[in-house]
Design a protein around this ligand. Structure first.
Ligand SMILES: Cc1cc2nc3c(=O)[nH]c(=O)nc-3n(C[C@H](O)[C@H](O)[C@H](O)COP(=O)(O)O)c2cc1C
Length: 211
């Protein structure tokens, strides 16, 4: 390696540009929450991943607006302590991106965009009806390392899946080759494919959970 960059010497915007272009791909949490007035909110977040199974942890990085005010998702999670991570497949990318527009809190993105919702079993916010799987979460912790964002640590308490996705006999998940959409950098997305599927036994049959 010949290039060595001091990230601390860069602006946050440049750090974002570089780091999101090398940490690829990122999963997208299409998060549904409910506002104080009962309005169902939906927005995508790719500062997101799974961080453990006991407790089952999901983490979201929720940036605030330029004026320092929290996004609707952030306010709703702070107040209600609940959210749902909907997992979108590539066919839902346009709808998912459309929910990232800056709608006022009184406007429900699913309603405005004609997206159906279905009730959750373990938390108040509903899931989006068209996603294959959704993770129902409660707020465990809210970390504020800087005034510009909340890091939301959630506990996954429920899973809702489309018929046929999860075999409850073997607990295998069958995506039928249509895996969740992955975010590249900026406004670019990827479809996932497998490399040499099932030709490397240690990749296809892990004996222990591998982080
Ligand atoms: C694919 C995608 C990923 C995004 N990831 C994030 C993220 O990780 N953190 C964030 O604060 N905003 C992210 N955004 C922007 C939010 O979705 C956007 O600010 C949205 O309007 C927030 O909606 P809300 O005010 O209803 O919560 C992302 C947008 C897109 C399209």
């Amino acid at each position: 390696m010949t290039l060595s960059l001091d990230l601390d010497a860069m602006t946050p915007a440049l750090r974002y540009k570089l780091l999101t272009a090398v940490v690829l791909p990122r999963p997208v949490a299409w998060v549904t929450t409910v506002g104080a007035d009962g309005v169902v909110n939906a927005a995508p977040f790719s500062f997101f991943n799974l961080f453990g199974q006991d407790p089952a942890l999901v983490i979201l990085g929720l940036e605030h607006h330029a004026d320092g005010s929290p996004k609707n998702t952030t306010e709703n999670i702070r107040r209600s302590g609940e959210f749902v991570v909907n997992i979108a497949t590539p066919d839902l990318t346009a709808s998912m991106v459309a929910t990232a527009a800056a709608y006022p809190s009184a406007v429900s993105e699913p309603q405005a965009l004609g997206l159906g919702v279905s009730p959750s079993a373990f938390v108040g916010p509903p899931r989006l009806a068209d996603v294959p799987v959704a993770i129902e979460c409660t707020l465990l912790d809210r970390l504020t390392y800087s005034p510009e964002r909340d890091i939301v640590v959630g506990r996954a308490v429920g899973l809702a899946a489309r018929d046929g996705l999860i075999d409850t006999g073997t607990w295998r998940v069958d995506w039928n080759c249509t895996y969740p959409v992955a975010r590249l950098f900026a406004d670019r997305y990827a479809r996932l494919d497998e490399i040499a599927p099932r030709t490397i036994p240690s990749l296809s049959e892990p004996k222990e959970p591998r982080p």
